[in-house]
Ligand binder design. Structure first.
Ligand code: DHB
Ligand code: FE
Length: 279
């Protein structure tokens, strides 16, 4: 049977992708960011997941105000990098895993989560930047990736609790897939950041640290945090952090935090990263 071995939380700041793509990774501003992910790059190279379920949000690249799915699952065989205004990132196309993706869609919908099934979709920095951080500049991504897009752009986004519950349902669905696959779940976005308005540039290290601390041992407590607290404490874009609760929900009750990295700032955002291994 398929099983989930670990979860990865990771910011998806677009400037990180641009720095990598334009040869700036070794510059003093960026080197600490990329160095912070080096232990995970070697860990994941050893772990060799068969499939990654990558929870992210589309930033008006594939979707627009015309269509706003709360939860969308990519069931296609491949997904191209999106053109976000400067041409698509020159990174490999993402190979999907239609077998597991359709199984997830079926199980989740029958489990009463109303997933939108997506058979054609370009993927933006929300998905490609975490892949770059984990795998570097490679000619092909090392394993198939199932995109799971969450609306955190247009109010109302799903609650943290709904995200946590969806993660649990993903855990059950993966466990019922007959093929022997090692699956990892990535939760991306955050941490605290506000890109607009008078509070642009807001970063809240205390809030972020508490969130990371509680992710392993108190996810149900985190899941109870209301939207307004994310807005006040983590900034208008901090709501992206609810996606980490999908990742956490997919893991076992007992997880081991094997790695953490926190750095401010990159762009105007707090970079957060955590590795949680199922026990
Ligand atoms: C930034 C961060 C994001 O998560 C995002 O989606 C867009 C921009 C930023 O820090 O610039
Ligand atoms: Fe984002």
């Amino acid at each position: 049977m398929a099983h989930i071995s670990a979860g990865v939380g990771c910011s998806h700041i677009p400037a990180i992708g641009a720095a990598l793509d334009h040869g700036k990774a070794a510059e003093p501003y960026w080197a600490p960011v990329f160095n912070g992910f080096a232990p995970t790059r070697s860990w994941i190279a050893d772990e060799k997941p068969d499939v990654i379920i990558l929870v992210y949000n589309d930033h008006a690249s594939a979707f627009s105000l015309d269509v706003i799915p709360t939860f969308a699952i990519g069931c296609a065989a491949s997904f191209n990098p999106a053109d976000e205004g400067w041409g698509p990132r020159q990174v490999p196309a993402v190979q999907g895993h239609p077998g597991l993706a359709w199984h997830l869609a079926e199980q989740l919908i029958l489990d009463e989560f109303d997933m939108t099934i997506v058979n054609k979709m370009d993927v933006d920095h929300g998905l490609t930047v975490p892949l770059s951080l984990m795998f570097g500049a490679v000619p092909a991504w090392p394993c198939p990736v199932i995109p799971l897009a969450v609306n955190v752009i247009q109010y109302p986004p799903p609650t943290g609790n709904r995200c946590f519950d969806l993660g649990k349902a993903i855990g059950r669905a993966v466990a019922s897939y007959p093929e022997n696959l090692k699956v990892m779940v990535f939760g991306t976005g955050g941490l605290s950041h506000q890109l607009q308005g008078p509070r642009a540039g807001l970063i809240n290290r205390l809030w972020d640290t508490a969130f990371l601390d509680r992710l392993s041992h108190d996810p149900a407590g985190l899941a109870a945090i209301p939207h307004i607290d994310y807005l006040r404490e983590a900034g208008s874009e901090g709501i992206e952090m609810v996606m980490w609760l999908i990742m956490r929900g997919a893991l076992n009750e007992h997880v081991e935090e094997t790695y953490r990295f926190y750095h401010v700032p990159a762009s105007s955002t707090a970079v957060g990263h955590i590795v949680l291994v199922n026990r």
